[in-house]
Design a protein around this ligand. Structure first.
Ligand code: ADP
Length: 625
């Protein structure tokens, strides 16, 4: 017999094996190297006990489930009992849960039974106190009496239990149960049980370490995968990244089926072996268009829940209603285990991810990991979808605005041409009122063209400075003109409008742009002014010109003030006041483009004062006229 001795606890096992060999008149020698053992002259039966002990010492610990299974099987053999089981301690509520039990005569595995501390206080006190709990008659012994139902269900008459501790805390119990008559446990039985529990402790340590490492690896994987998917150019690209990123961490293959209205579509597939990729895509495309089709993926989608097939052999797949051709596909791809997890966006199922392994069986932990991946991916895909929709809506809006701008400009160009013609063809002397009317039509046509640039086409600038045509102008005169042009507004709102200005105050500005600012502030003051007087004034010094528009109306709630210049911001109820929430935003953009500032001081029920400050000279950063 020659095998590697991989772990701690091995020395104890070798010691026991050596003792057993000596007791039976033989010996255990290590002639070649320190981890190579040879049995010498021993009766056959003893050889098998020693061999069993050594098997225990040489367990491969990486696969917890199979290692535990082997430990329990070997425990039954060594201690000579019908049943051996390992129970983990859970704190909430304090209890022991059977992780795995082995029934020797039936070669059967059990799990899941629960024993609560509150129902069995004496047993729990004792198991925390002793090294080994050996009970000959479970029915009469006070320490085990309360376990009556469980014991009689399995016919357990004697038991040998060993607590397992980590960091001074009880973490589990290794149980050996005798069902054929009562048994007095010998010190050798206790010694064996203790040794096995040491092996189990080191197995548990490895499992805890593996789990911690695995959790860390998985957390890193999840974070990196979502970032990679989020960086995708579009949805199609994102779908490909979702499956490509999933292999090999989540399986040898991954498929993504997405819901599109009443239909489903295989959006992406990936396989670790490029040679199998084509077969996988063919199968996915063939079976994934009708949501009612059989298969684990579409079932998970229909049932809106994750599904796990730990052992995906032909029989199991047939029981899951998979068509023979699909089963053949999976067999060709050497699939051993499968799981499908739905993707959600808010409450709707948007797709399903399926993973398959060709090397191992998935367990609940794997399913939880896949669910965590699906949860993150579901959100990222939803964001990419929303972003794509928003981009599409912005594109459609921009197309519309460009078209609208163009359509509005065309008649204005014709109007301006007609005015030019009229000016040239008018026979002198032209009556002054006619001349004034013609000039006014010309100015207004020019103004309208600029308004189209500044207001209609403003959203196309996406928050950037709108293009300005800077000239020197008198702000007082500009405000006066706006007030004159909107002479009907105060009457319509039943407000008095008071205007005061000093001597001419010159600024470098875009005439139409500043007219838009004044007219937006003025119309808001009249609209929200509650019929009370509105005051407009312009003051200035050599550095700065200041426009103040003050009303005594409804005011702006304090929490809305910081947002009032944002796009689409509306602080008043839309039932009482119309508007798009764009006027102040456009005004603020234009003021900022002049290198100026706009701010508001407002109190609910007392009114608002909007102040615009403009530099009197052209700021260096502004584009040239
Ligand atoms: P709107 O087209 O909705 O008036 P604005 O951008 O001009 O858009 O104004 C945004 C919001 O700011 C308005 O809906 C209103 O709630 C508030 N607001 C603006 N001016 C005043 C004001 N003078 N008094 C009270 N609220 C105002």
């Amino acid at each position: 017999m020659a095998r590697k001795g991989p772990h701690d606890g091995f020395a104890a096992i070798v010691g026991l094996a050596s003792e057993a060999a000596t007791r039976s008149g033989g010996s255990l020698v290590a002639p070649a190297s320190s981890d190579t053992y040879v049995f010498d002259t021993m009766p056959r039966k003893q050889t098998s006990v020693v061999a069993t002990l050594l098997r225990l010492g040489l367990l491969q610990k990486d696969e917890w489930d199979s290692a535990l299974h082997q430990v329990l099987e070997i425990s039954c053999e060594l201690v000579g009992v019908e049943r051996a089981s390992y129970w983990s301690f859970r704190a909430d509520p304090p209890s022991l849960v059977c992780e795995l039990g082995y029934v020797a005569s039936k070669r059967l595995l059990e799990r899941g039974a629960v024993v609560l501390e509150r129902d069995n206080p004496e047993y729990f006190t004792e198991i925390r106190r002793v090294q080994v709990l050996d009970i000959k008659d479970t029915r009469t012994d006070r320490r085990s009496r309360s376990l009556g139902t469980y014991l009689s269900m399995h016919g357990i008459q004697s038991m040998l239990n060993v607590p397992v501790f980590a960091g001074g805390e009880l973490i589990g119990v290794l149980c050996h149960d005798c069902v054929r008559g009562r048994r007095s446990w010998s010190s050798r039985d206790c010694e064996l049980a203790l040794t096995i529990s040491h092996i189990l402790s080191s197995l548990l340590e490895v499992r805890a370490r593996n789990r911690a490492e695995e959790n860390e690896r998985r957390a890193t994987f999840l974070a990196q995968a979502s970032t990679a998917v989020a960086e995708s150019m579009d949805l199609r690209d994102a779908h490909a990244v979702v499956v490509r990123r999933a292999i090999p961490t989540l399986g040898a293959l991954a498929t993504l089926i997405v819901v599109e209205g009443a239909k489903v579509r295989c959006a992406a597939t990936a396989h670790v072996r490029p040679a199998s990729q084509r077969l996988l895509s063919t199968m996915c495309a063939e079976y994934c268009h009708d949501p009612a089709s059989p298969g684990i993926a579409l079932r998970a989608l229909r049932e809106r829940q994750s599904l796990l097939i730990p052992v995906a052999d032909g029989d199991t797949l047939r029981k899951n209603d998979l068509p023979p051709r699909q089963i053949d596909f999976f067999e060709t791809l050497c699939v051993r285990s499968m799981m499908s997890v739905p993707l959600f966006a808010r409450d709707a199922v948007t797709g399903v991810l399926t993973f398959a392994s060709d090397t191992r069986s998935y367990d609940r932990d794997d399913l939880r990991f896949a669910e965590a991946y699906a949860q993150q991916i579901g959100m990222v895909l939803e964001n990419i979808t929303l972003l794509a929709r928003a981009r599409e809506a912005i594109r459609a809006r921009n197309d519309f605005l460009l078209l609208a701008g163009h359509e509005l400009r065309t008649p204005l160009t014709a109007l301006k041409l007609a005015i030019d013609l009229l000016r040239r063809k008018l026979i002198e002397p032209v009556l002054p009122p006619v001349q004034r009317a013609i000039d006014k039509i010309g100015q207004q046509a020019t103004r309208l063209t600029r308004l189209i640039d500044l207001v209609v086409l403003a959203p196309l600038h996406d928050g950037r400075t709108p293009p300005l045509r800077i000239e020197q102008l008198d702000l007082c005169e500009l405000v006066r003109n706006v007030i004159r042009d909107s002479a009907d507004l105060p009457t319509r709102h039943g407000c008095e409008l008071r205007y005061s200005s000093e001597r001419p105050i010159l600024v470098q500005g875009d005439r139409t742009g500043l007219e838009v600012v004044v007219s937006n502030l003025l119309s808001n003051a009249l609209k929200f002014g509650a019929g009370r007087p509105v005051e407009v004034s312009v003051v200035g010094d050599e550095r700065r010109a200041t426009l103040i528009v003050r009303d005594r109306g409804i005011g702006i709630p304090a929490d809305r003030i910081p947002h009032i210049f944002e796009r689409y911001e509306r602080a008043a109820s839309s039932a009482n006041f119309g508007g798009l929430g764009l006027g102040l935003h456009i005004a603020a953009q234009i003021v900022a483009a002049h290198g100026g500032q706009i701010h508001v001081d407002s109190r609910i029920g007392e009114g608002s004062t909007f102040t615009v400050e403009l530099p009197t000279t052209t700021p260096a950063s502004l584009p040239p006229v």
